[in-house]
Design a protein around this ligand. Sequence first.
Ligand code: LLP
Length: 431
Amino acid sequence: MDHFEIRDGVLHAEQVSLETLAAAVGTPFYCYSAATMTRHFEVFRAAVAGLGNGDPLVAFAIKANPNLSVVATLARLGAGADVVSGGELSRALAAGVPAERIVFSGVGKQPHELAAGIEAGILQFNVESEAEIAMLAEVAAARQRPVELAIRVNPAVNPGTHAKISTGGKDSKFGIPFERAGAAFMLAAGQEWLRPVGLAAHIGSQLTDLGPIEDCIGRLGGLAQELRGAGHPVTRIDVGGGLGVPYRRDQPAPPEPHVYAAMVARATRGWDCRLMFEPGRMIVGNAGVLVSTVILVKQGASKTFVVADAGMNDLLRPSLYNAWHDIQALRPRDERITATVVGPVCETGDTFADDREMEAVAAGDRIAFLTAGAYGATMASTYNSRPLVPEVMVNGASWAVVSARNEPAAMQALDTVAPWLEPQPGATATV
Ligand code: LLP
């Protein structure tokens, strides 16, 4: 469910017309609905409340949408954060996520990032290799601070999603292979300043089949039992994120949070552990759209091209994963066309939709790419020297620009002209 709907013939975010926003901030821009992300977070939290012992931690995966206002909205509702870099850690803290609700995942954490997490006093590190155990032991020892961690296990299950967003397969770079995970836990337990307290896994994203997640949880449970048998306390299990969202209105929706939660309840019955979740897409995916203006409509040899002012640099998912985003005219007409929707970037891959049946649009009309709140703005680049686009958050009848457009001068500000290219006094410039 989301709060983007046509009212009086125009697509609105909650009570604000996207045409009004487009006139105020220019296109392209991302628009987020605070009510939608709030609802998704609350539905998820209510679904998992009461699972495991103690209060489950719902740690929003910052990577899905790190905008400070997005993270602050969720932090105020009680969300924790799953971070994968020093930059994400800093954003989570800046947005008001309490350190004791932050989990630090990632396959290539560096000593300075581990140190930042320890100094902030985060809840736990999800450790992904024996080498990282050694690195964390050293960083913790240098600070003489006890550090809690979970071993991220690679459960070797196929999550049945796009290959580029699968993370739980046997040969994926993530986690410690299942067969070595118990030994890794014991290795950590033998380090003076390390306190292994749990197990973690995350098998992939946009999951629509709960079977592989259930298999994965079953494997974690078996390992936890073994470790407990050997005298190690296993008090936390982090089952990761990954629940899919509906990208297409014309296709069946992925399992709802209560169905997912019922599976987790079944798979973890009697475990006596605190459970942790790391949803990203599920919370913010349908809470954001990318609004764009049609620059022109162009007739190719056999295709009709709708050329939008948004490009693959603004929303990379179609180009990188062949992902589908519904496209909605801001002022829908009663006429339909079949068109290939492309951006202005000089790449054939700059294609949002190929031969898509959609509402008729003409030059100057505005369109919205739906379900763009997760892995949208955060994966944008300035390719073709295109500025990063603004992000706007709507809350009821109010709205605010929550990330400004990155103008060309600001983009160039980090470049410098090498000294030998500077014009010499009295000489004629050659560049
Ligand atoms: N936890 C960990 C350790 C993760 O690696 C991820 C996502 C999540 C949680 C959150 O997963 P979610 O609930 O959002 O599915 N850029 C891709 C998605 C990459 C996901 C990477 N990891 C896309 O646009 O589809």
